[in-house]
Design a protein. Structure first.
Ligand code: NCD
Ligand code: ZN
Length: 354
């Protein structure tokens, strides 16, 4: 197959940040995707519908004029979130979910949740209003090994919450382990997961290839090969409760190449192309559209997109970096080849393959 045309995809887990960096990254996503679930972990976080409305306006202002892109906003759950905010969020029409960060689990999560029981009233209201809960499923217990944090969190924390709120729609974000995949497969139709391209393409060896590789450091951290294989298999299986969420998470080169570097991999510049590589390697390009453009929309109760994109099997080279302000970001595959190229993005015309 030399080219493939699919319904324009949606990205159900995306960080676009704010300010100059936002203006750099939003066009990359808007060219490839019709919609994206926007993560709320700004500083300060997006904790209310009003803050989400303002953030949405800033994102829309960064969308190129010839692109059509809808940011799907989320709220950042805290132990102080009033239960009454959920009705407001639902009524807004632009807030599509609430994100649960265990406090300290990842970038800008310190305002997150220490004790989820403090949020039970909010979860009750979300269940009533059918507003999905998006979970960063990793324990913050320092006694638990970094590579085991997803499996332990699912057992100890998430499974009891799901039992308590059986009708709440829950998305395990960026699932990275066999245990995570199994949990979703065994769960009810209310429980789904997003899968990133980088967790399908790389295992933890990529963190140490020839030296320490800060641009491959993200959270959840890359896992062993058997886990990589399990999530790539889940993504390409056609199972309706696994769908695309890039977790594209740009940080400046300065913040990444540091003694204590930030977690996050930037993939928005080549997102759908990288997923096409995953599906191609497993001989499953025929399942790409369902994963990228159907399962997520169906789970969120959104209409599927009406437009199409076409990907061609034509290798191109990713730039070494992208500039913003006085810094740069180093993208995934910097300086290396990507095997698929977009020939008709939903939005801006292709410039030097980007
Ligand atoms: C994300 C970020 O930088 O905001 N980092 C990451 O490694 N994925 C946060 C997150 O999604 O965990
Ligand atoms: Zn994320």
């Amino acid at each position: 197959m030399q080219s493939i045309t699919i319904t324009t995809p949606d990205d159900f887990h995306l960080h676009v940040r704010d300010g100059e960096l936002m203006r750099l990254v939003v066009p990359h996503t808007a060219r490839r995707f019709a919609r994206a679930i926007i993560m709320p972990n700004l500083v300060p976080p997006i904790v209310s519908t009003e803050l989400a409305r303002q953030y949405r306006d800033r994102i829309l202002a960064a969308v190129p004029s010839d692109a059509s892109f809808e940011p799907l906003m989320t709220l950042y759950l805290t132990e102080q979130t009033p239960a009454a905010e959920i009705a407001v969020a639902k009524a807004s029409g632009f807030v599509h979910a609430v994100k649960w960060y265990p406090a300290g689990a990842t970038t800008n999560s310190h305002h997150g949740v220490q004790n989820i029981e403090k949020c039970f009233e909010v979860l009750e209201s979300m269940q009533q209003h059918d507003l999905p809960l998006l979970v960063h499923p990793e324990t913050t217990d320092p006694a638990v090994d970094t590579f085991d944090r997803e499996a332990v969190f699912i057992d100890r924390v998430l499974a009891p919450v799901i039992r308590r709120f059986p009708n709440l729609r829950v998305v395990l974000e960026h699932v990275t382990t066999q245990q995570g995949v199994q949990f979703v497969q065994d769960a009810s139709s209310r429980v789904a997961a997003t899968i990133t391209a980088h967790h399908c393409l790389l295992n933890r060896v990529a963190l140490f290839e020839g030296g320490l590789r800060p641009h491959h450091y993200c959270l959840p951290i890359l896992k062993r090969e058997e886990h990589r294989a399990a999530i790539a298999q889940a993504a390409t299986s056609g199972h309706p409760r696994f769908f695309l969420g890039t977790d594209s998470a740009p940080h400046s080169r300065t913040a990444k190449e540091a003694a204590c570097g930030c977690a996050g991999i930037y993939t928005a510049h080549a997102a759908i192309e990288l997923y096409a590589e995953v599906f191609d390697r497993l001989g499953a390009l025929d399942k790409l559209e369902a994963f990228s453009s159907c399962h997520g929309a169906d789970f969120y109760g959104l209409p599927r997109n009406k437009t199409k994109i076409t990907l061609e099997r034509t290798p191109w080279q990713v730039p070494e970096s992208f500039s913003f302000g006085t810094d740069t970001i180093v993208p995934f595959r910097a300086g290396g080849p990507v095997n698929f190229q977009m020939v008709n993005g939903s939005a801006i015309p292709s410039k030097a393959g980007i």
